[in-house]
Each structure stands twice: as structure tokens, then as C-alpha cells.
Design a binder for this molecule. Structure first.
Ligand code: SF4
Ligand code: SF4
Length: 225
């Protein structure tokens, strides 16, 4: 079993590789429909009604209606594979939740309508200090300390009993039922979804890379339309 640092390092390396491949593939797609006689690149500010402008519109249409849809469908396949795995009840995710926001910041976000912040605060309460959180999952806290530049705040759920059971299991909130909702989540080795992560990680990294590249092209081209 790999340790957390090597899992994260390997994810980063794979993402970089996938990002380069995705950038190459999207650019090749743009080039493949480039009209004869257009010499400029896809980000150029073309005159209205020009061949270049038509090219940009056609390309954006492909990104929106073909590439993005394919990415979405592939994500649905990845999520469907999650059904083959289940929670082993190790309780780590109940006992240690992290946020880049302090309790006060989360409250402000919740008050201004942020649904995730609202749900998060309805479940978790902050740890007294980082040392308390460290006792739950030392390897994870160490990893965050080594890699995270911004402050991270640690929380836990008071509904977890001493024997690591949810005291309101039947009514547990949706975000508890959905965790982990992405194979790239950092999971303890005790988590029953590690097998899903291992199986789906490569595909998910590629899809994430594709999304970033597609969004970049859409944003840059739209500016000139
Ligand atoms: S409500 Fe239950 S399942 Fe959700 S975090 Fe708390 S103890 Fe865990
Ligand atoms: S970390 Fe994984 S196995 Fe452990 S309680 Fe959470 S979902 Fe279940």
C-alpha cells in the first residue's frame, strides 16, 4: 500500500502528463477544422463574418456540444463504478474534515447563501486545535503541512460515538452518504473506496485535465467573438 505522499505526488505527475496530452489533443482538434486560407491561430481577433470567426464559432460549438458532453458522460461512468465499493465504517471522514475556511468564514458564507458551507456547518464543529486533529490522522495532517501553503482548518462530527458509530445513521446528511464523491479525494488506507480510487484515478485525472484545457479555450476564444 502506497503512503499518502507518494499517492499525491504520483497524482500530480500524472496530471501534468495528462494536461500536456489534453492540450495537444484540443489544439489538434482546432487545427483539423481550420479553413484553408486562415493563417492565424484560434485565439485571434478575427473580423466579423470572416472565415476565422466562423471557425471559432464551429470550434466552440464542438467543445460545448461534443467534447464537454463526452467528458460529462465519462464522469458518469466513473461515478457508476463507485457502486462496486462501500464504506467500511472506519469513521475517519466523520472524525476529520478539512476546510480552507475558518468557522467564522464558513458562517459568513452560509449566511450569504452558500449551500455547501451551510451543510458543512450543520454537521461539523471545529477541533480545539491542530494537535487534537493530528491524533485522528497524523499522516494526513503531515501531508497538509508539507504541501499546503494556505491555512487549513480541522473539524469533526459530534454525532460520532465513542465506538465510531454514527448516532444518527438513518438520517445522515447527503454529503455523508456521497463521500467520497470523486476518486481523487485523499482517502485513508482503511477506506472502502480506495479500490475505486485506484481503478478510476487515471481516467479522472485525464478528465480533469480535459476540463481545464477546454475551459481555457472557451474563455480565450469567447473574448474575441
Ligand atoms: S452525521 Fe454521521 S455519517 Fe455524517 S459525519 Fe457525522 S457521524 Fe459521520
Ligand atoms: S473514510 Fe471511507 S470507509 Fe471510512 S467512514 Fe469515510 S467513507 Fe467510510
Amino acid at each position: 500500500m502506497k503512503d499518502l505522499s507518494s499517492i499525491v505526488e504520483s497524482q500530480r505527475a500524472k496530471f501534468r502528463q495528462n494536461f500536456k496530452q489534453a492540450a495537444f489533443d484540443i489544439q489538434s482538434l482546432a487545427d483539423s477544422i481550420k479553413p484553408d486560407g486562415v493563417l492565424e491561430d484560434i485565439f485571434t481577433e478575427f473580423p466579423a463574418a470572416s472565415e476565422g470567426k466562423k471557425w471559432q464559432r464551429e470550434f466552440l460549438d464542438i467543445l460545448e456540444n461534443k467534447v464537454s458532453k463526452d467528458i460529462y458522460l465519462k464522469f458518469q461512468e466513473v461515478l457508476a463504478e463507485r457502486k462496486g465499493y462501500s464504506c467500511t465504517g472506519c469513521a475517519t471522514c466523520c472524525n476529520l474534515a478539512c476546510s480552507e475556511f475558518s468557522p467564522l468564514e464558513l458562517q459568513k458564507r452560509a449566511d450569504s447563501g452558500d449551500n455547501f458551507a451551510r451543510q458543512f456547518l450543520s454537521i461539523f464543529v471545529p477541533y480545539k486545535d491542530k494537535q487534537e486533529a493530528r491524533k485522528v490522522y497524523p499522516e494526513y495532517i503531515k501531508l497538509l503541512e508539507e504541501n499546503k501553503e494556505d491555512e487549513v482548518y480541522f473539524y469533526h462530527c459530534p454525532k460520532l460515538t465513542e465506538d465510531k458509530r454514527c448516532s444518527d445513521y438513518e438520517n445522515r446528511p447527503q454529503i455523508c452518504r456521497d463521500f467520497p464523491d470523486n476518486p481523487l479525494c485523499i482517502l485513508p488506507s482503511s477506506c472502502g473506496f480506495c479500490g475505486w480510487r485506484e481503478k478510476a484515478e487515471d481516467t479522472t485525472l485525464l478528465l480533469h485535465a480535459m476540463i481545464e484545457v477546454v475551459e481555457y479555450y472557451k474563455e480565450k476564444i469567447s473574448v474575441n467573438l
